[in-house]
Ligand binder design. Structure first.
Ligand code: SF4
Ligand code: SF4
Length: 352
């Protein structure tokens, strides 16, 4: 039996166990939320997803209420909208959210909520939090003055990538996200996977290499497979076409990686546009590398292999397959090494 829930008079189906927020999103119904992410689950922290549900007293957080057959939900009553405006105003007032220069401009979920609620300037003036920016680490910058304490980074680091670096320290107004026991990120146990950066809904945790390299709307997105190991993580390249360079990489939330990437996959993206990249074969002649044709390079390599194996025997030869090439290419390497050279000295880059 299909179960139905009603949002603002529109009846839609949902699956058993879904929260009201999940049922709404699956049916294209807008309910804002800053702390909920599918991977980190319901948190009930930001309260922005408040709705009115018939038969329930007061406002309910859509991310924590389990949907029920016949439930009647109102997502945009005056009380709901006023409450959301108050929440967003308080969040905007209690941090340093200078959208003009923020790296997250246009990708920020707080900015989007403010826009949809018609908030032009924060309604209150509250002292800015006096927290220093942490740009100690190689790949990730933390600016806790922009943090809205949604907890997505903490939950992501703890239970998605299971690195257990981030945690909330203190309580109330003094609460803040810290690395280990409030160490600079570079001195903590952080492995620079960037999951926290990808999960952060605002500009509080950002990718260092992408700073100032281009706005989201200027960049072309290209979905592809990570070129590093053999896992085949799915990612999106954010490309500045005019400058022919990759500006940023984000993980796609599909199998096999569900948005997660390692430090290489997320941040090792400069090599395609590096001027040092080899784009043609070279042979060292008279102590200097010289550009040659593929025919010359292949003939030279074949002759040298034949010469060395004839002189010293097949045991001096070894071949390495790679996780960055196809199964068929790896098969050919193994076949060539065993059947042509007649040695079992064949291995794979994953063990180096
Ligand atoms: S980069 Fe990865 S390991 Fe480091 S704090 Fe963020 S999620 Fe945790
Ligand atoms: S740093 Fe970002 S993800 Fe972490 S609690 Fe603050 S706003 Fe949320």
């Amino acid at each position: 039996m299909t179960m139905k829930i009603t949002f603002d008079g529109r009846e839609v189906p949902f699956e058993q166990g879904q929260t009201v927020l999940q049922a709404a999103r699956d049916n294209g119904i807008y309910i804002p939320s800053l702390c909920y992410h599918r991977k980190t689950g319901p948190a009930g922290r930001c309260r922005l997803c408040v709705v009115e549900i018939k038969g329930m007293r007061g406002l309910q957080t859509a991310c924590t209420v389990v949907a029920a057959d016949g439930m009647d939900v109102q997502t945009a009553t005056p009380l709901v909208l006023d409450t959301r405006r108050m929440i967003v105003n308080l969040l905007l007032s209690s941090g340093q959210h200078n959208c003009i220069s923020c790296e997250q401009n246009s990708g920020c979920e707080l900015q989007d909520a403010a826009y949809r609620l018609g908030i032009e300037t924060p309604a209150f003036v509250i002292d800015e939090p006096q927290l220093p920016k942490d740009d100690s680490s190689e790949m990730v910058v933390r600016d806790m003055r922009k943090c809205i304490q949604c907890g997505r980074c903490v939950a992501g680091c703890k239970s998605v990538v299971v690195n257990e670096v981030l945690e909330f320290e203190q309580r109330g107004n003094d609460a803040k996200v810290v690395c280990d026991y409030d160490l600079p990120m570079a001195e903590s146990t952080c492995v620079q996977c960037g999951e926290c950066s990808q999960l952060c809904p605002v500009g509080a945790i950002i990718d260092k290499k992408s700073i100032g390299m281009g706005r989201e709307w200027e960049l072309k997105t290209v979905n592809t497979t990570c070129p590093y190991c053999g896992v085949g993580c799915q990612l999106t390249m954010h490309v500045d076409e005019a400058k022919n360079r990759i500006v940023k990489v984000t993980g796609r939330e599909v199998l096999p990686n569900d948005g997660m990437l390692c430090v290489k996959g997320r941040y090792g993206f400069e090599f395609p546009s590096s001027p040092k990249r080899l784009t043609h074969p070279m042979i060292k002649k008279n102590g200097k590398h010289e550009r040659v044709s593929w025919d010359e390079a292949l003939d030279y390599t074949a002759d040298r292999i034949k010469e060395i194996v004839a002189r010293d025997g097949p045991g001096v030869f070894s071949a390495f397959g790679s996780g960055r090439i196809t199964n068929e290419n790896n098969y050919a390497i193994a076949k060539f090494t065993r059947a042509v050279i007649k040695t079992n000295n064949v291995d794979h880059c994953a063990r180096t």
